[in-house]
Design a protein around this ligand. Structure first.
Ligand SMILES: Cc1cc2nc3c(=O)[nH]c(=O)nc-3n(C[C@H](O)[C@H](O)[C@H](O)COP(=O)(O)O)c2cc1C
Ligand SMILES: CC(C)CC(=O)C(=O)O
Length: 413
């Protein structure tokens, strides 16, 4: 593989930032706000990106970089570049082809795709669109385990390589624009994986100011809404959510614990791998190892859950140090440049995942737009490796990075 400059195929869009701006005009307000916002005042969302600017690359020169290998092994696949597309819900809000377009673009590029349980295409259709390209299914473990078992068995049958258990959503973060917009899935779209659920007659989200919407309860003054406390603790009594499976009611599960979830999931999901997504501390990384997970994703859900939580790049080194190579450590959050991928790898991540850029690509031009997002990141990463004097991903270490201190001095890592 050569590292020569590749021709960009869209002169209107040469960076992920430009893609974000182009996508902005093509989404309705409800979708744009839902995709782009973080929790509360969005400081963790902003810091996820800002954290990358605290590091600078130490490039090495006069090394033969005429041949660059950007590929890495992930979930049994030789992936074209050390990143994958993170699971993000409800992609048909951005484009009518939704997750199918993302799957096709990923398959053509040889980039692994994570699929949200709350997708607007079924996991089987996404697998079919992916062909031989690897997929991982993101899981929210429901309080009603039968729903989860059905989904896991379907993923196994369809050929998914792994389940990524999201562990940072005991409740949903407070997303103010979502509340203000009374966000709901438009009636023509379905949460496809649960559309056949007998309880799910409508298949779409209820109104946002809804008795079963956690934040709807907080913002509704209507006393009739107070009758249902589904999913919320009333003194000692907890009522599990019932009725249609919607993301507001079923995705958050405050009852989950290490002991209840991981050993059970390992049995049910076998032979698929079990990863935990949403780890931010060395303590939890050690617990994950103790429970024999196959891998860890350092994530704060793209700044959409606990605002004020540390940026994922800042959380990464502690986790890497605690894990000491005993399982792979991935990271997501704020990755918008090939150099961000390089920096995360230099800080010890084995692989990274990218969320919003794929959504912006979808909104911009469907499959072609996702392909563009992938290409921008792949090209930038390849060029970054070449200019840093690295020919193989395994050569990227902390020797290639310094940290900028607030006094303007740099420190070696
Ligand atoms: C609109 C949107 C929907 C998301 N849906 C899910 C989801 O269903 N499950 C999940 O585990 N994470 C979800 N995430 C989080 C992503 O998987 C990922 O952690 C995050 O987007 C990474 O940050 P980035 O967008 O800055 O790259 C979502 C993120 C966004 C922006
Ligand atoms: C709750 C989910 C279905 C979607 C999600 O994780 C998100 O919006 O961040």
């Amino acid at each position: 593989m050569t590292s020569s400059q590749t021709t960009p195929h869209d002169l209107n869009c040469l960076t992920i930032r430009e893609l974000e701006l182009l996508a902005r005009d093509r989404m309705d307000k409800q979708t744009r706000d839902y995709y782009n916002e973080g929790a509360d005042d969005g400081s963790t969302l902003a810091e996820n990106q800002a954290a990358f600017t605290k590091y600078r690359i130490r490039p090495r020169v006069l090394r033969d970089v005429s041949i660059i290998d950007t590929t890495v092994n992930v979930l049994g696949q030789r992936n074209a570049s050390p990143f994958g597309i993170a699971p993000t819900a409800m992609q048909r809000l951005a484009h009518s082809d939704g997750e199918i377009a993302t799957a096709r673009a990923c398959a053509k590029a040889g980039i692994i795709m994570g699929l949200s349980s709350f997708s607007t295409s079924t996991l089987e259709d996404v697998k079919q669109a992916s062909g031989e390209n690897a997929n991982a299914l993101q899981l929210y473990l429901f309080e009603e385990k039968n729903h989860s078992i059905k989904l896991i068995n379907r993923a196994k049958k369809a050929g998914y390589k792994a389940v990524l258990l999201t562990v940072d959503t005991p409740y949903l973060g407070r997303r103010n624009l979502e509340i203000r917009n009374q966000f709901k899935l438009p009636a023509h779209l379905k949460i496809a994986n649960f559309a056949d659920n007998p309880d799910d007659k409508e298949g779409s989200e209820p109104d946002a100011v809804d008795p079963e919407h956690p934040l709807g309860q907080q913002i509704s003054n209507d006393s009739q809404h107070k009758k249902s406390e589904a999913g919320y603790r009333e003194g000692d009594k907890r009522v599990a959510p019932t009725g249609p499976i919607t993301f507001h009611t079923h995705a958050p599960n405050p009852t989950l614990s290490w002991e209840d979830s991981i050993p059970w999931l390992k049995k049910v999901a076998h032979p698929m791998q079990v990863w935990v997504k949403g780890i931010a501390t060395s303590e939890d990384a050690l617990l994950a190892l103790h429970h024999n997970v196959d891998g860890i994703i350092v994530s704060n859900h793209g700044g959409r859950q606990l605002n004020g939580a540390l940026a994922t790049l800042d959380a990464l080194p502690d986790v890497v140090e605690a894990v000491r190579g005993r399982c792979p450590v991935h990271v997501d959050g704020g990755i918008r440049h090939g150099t961000d991928i390089f920096k995360a790898l230099a800080l010890g991540a084995d692989f990274v995942w990218v969320g919003r850029p794929a959504l912006w690509g979808l909104a911009y031009k469907g499959e072609e737009g996702v392909a563009l997002a992938l290409k921008l990141l792949m090209d930038e990463f390849r060029l970054c490796m070449s200019l840093a004097g690295v020919t193989k991903v395994s050569e990227i270490t902390k020797d290639y990075l310094v940290r900028m201190n607030s006094d303007g001095f740099v420190s070696k890592l």
